[in-house]
Design a binder for this molecule. Structure first.
Ligand SMILES: NC(=O)C1=CN([C@@H]2O[C@H](COP(=O)(O)OP(=O)(O)OC[C@H]3O[C@@H](n4cnc5c(N)ncnc54)[C@H](OP(=O)(O)O)[C@@H]3O)[C@@H](O)[C@H]2O)C=CC1
Ligand SMILES: O=C(CO)COP(=O)(O)O
Length: 330
């Protein structure tokens, strides 16, 4: 199977980086920004100055605003925020021409607690789905710095074809047959990163952060298992790999959101200054909804959700986390 024509939905940082990477890998790439003004700006400047400054767009990259034309591809990569995924599927369903759907967003639907692959199965059933996740800051990947990601799907032929279509230079996709584990890992690490940022912002130290990452890994593993994923997936790129990247760097929007909160900045002020961090707030709510619905114990994710809903509770929530009864590690 050859996947030559690749379209990317969403021209934020990650969508633009993925389009650049696919083009460097030799594919015929179309980037679909949702707004016509952004399309004009990209065509004019040949750079995504708003979301990925300093990385030129190759003249061969097609910028397309017509969704039907963009969906006429071998593979369509979805790289808009997770909360807009259902809307995308609904708009795309009548126009779908048989492409594979690669979900590159990291999140869970807030209203329902649904994973994005579950939404795709309901709302875009015609599309075979692959999840792309793992430790990958868009700015580094787009600059050609070494980056390894996971591509996970039930169909081995499709996963392999996508690996071949996207791999180039130092961008290395690794295959997986556990899309649920990979998807859960990518969504929940955003919430754990907020927790790590809070702890650092509060000055609680690096020991505390390491403990949070480790206990967070246990939490996300419980959720992945409950959803039908595999524990070993959490030891791979999408699990521990992305936790290491995101939870230890203030380049992460989620970690920096937590850091600012920990430093006592009002949430409204943080969100007003950087719109992009808002996705972490909805993901925290979504993870809490899902965990409660299926009865998975996620104390760190729960605390983050409550802190974001009521930032004044930050000290009480941290105290409560530290006061949890001691038990054997599992
Ligand atoms: N940035 C990164 O390093 C990585 C991000 N991801 C994931 O990729 C996804 C996209 O993130 P990223 O590219 O960073 O986002 P950015 O913050 O860079 O850009 C936001 C994007 O969301 C779009 N958007 C805003 N409102 C809507 C809406 N109502 N409907 C549809 N799209 C909308 C914006 O379009 P507009 O400009 O028109 O408002 C823009 O394309 C997220 O799920 C993120 O977790 C995954 C790996 C790495
Ligand atoms: O997913 C990412 C890196 O893998 C990007 O993380 P942030 O959204 O926290 O910046």
């Amino acid at each position: 199977m050859s996947l030559q024509r690749i379209s990317v939905i969403g021209a934020g940082a990650w969508g633009t980086a993925l389009a650049i990477l696919a083009q460097r890998a030799g594919r015929d790439v179309t980037l679909w920004p949702r707004r016509a003004e952004q399309a004009d700006a990209l065509r004019g400047a040949r750079e995504n100055a708003a979301y990925l400054p300093g990385v030129p767009l190759d003249p061969g990259l097609h910028i397309e605003t017509d969704l039907a034309r963009a969906l006429d591809a071998d593979a369509v990569l979805y790289a808009q925020p997770a909360q807009h995924f259902r809307g995308f599927c609904r708009n795309a369903a009548p126009l779908w021409k048989g492409a594979a759907l690669v979900i590159a967003a990291k999140g869970i639907e807030c209203e329902t607690g649904a994973l994005l692959n579950e939404i795709a199965a309901e709302a875009l059933a015609a599309a075979p789905v692959v999840i792309l996740s793992g430790p990958s800051f868009a700015a580094e990947a787009a600059r050609g710095l070494p980056t390894a990601v996971a591509l996970a799907g039930d169909r081995a032929d499709l996963v392999e074809a996508l690996m071949a279509a996207l791999a180039h230079g130092a961008f290395r996709p690794y295959g997986s047959d556990d899309p649920i584990g990979v998807e859960v890992a990518g969504a929940v690490k955003n919430v754990l990163a907020i927790a790590c940022g809070i702890v650092l912002g509060k000055g609680l130290g690096e020991n505390a952060r390491a403990a949070l990452i480790t206990r967070g890994l246990a939490e996300v593993t419980r959720l992945a298992l409950a959803k039908g994923g595999r524990a070993e997936t959490l030891m791979g790129l999408a699990g521990i790999g992305d936790l290491i990247l995101t939870c230890t760097s203030l380049k992460s929007r989620n970690t920096s959101l937590g850091f600012d909160l920990g430093q006592g900045k009002p949430l409204a002020e943080i969100l007003a200054a950087r719109r992009s961090v808002a996705e972490g707030v909805t993901t925290a709510a979504a993870v809490a909804t899902l965990a409660a619905r299926i009865g998975v114990e996620m104390p760190i994710a729960g605390a983050v959700h409550r802190i974001l809903a009521e930032p004044a509770a930050i000290d009480d929530e941290i105290r409560a986390l530290l006061a949890r009864p001691l038990k054997r590690e599992s």
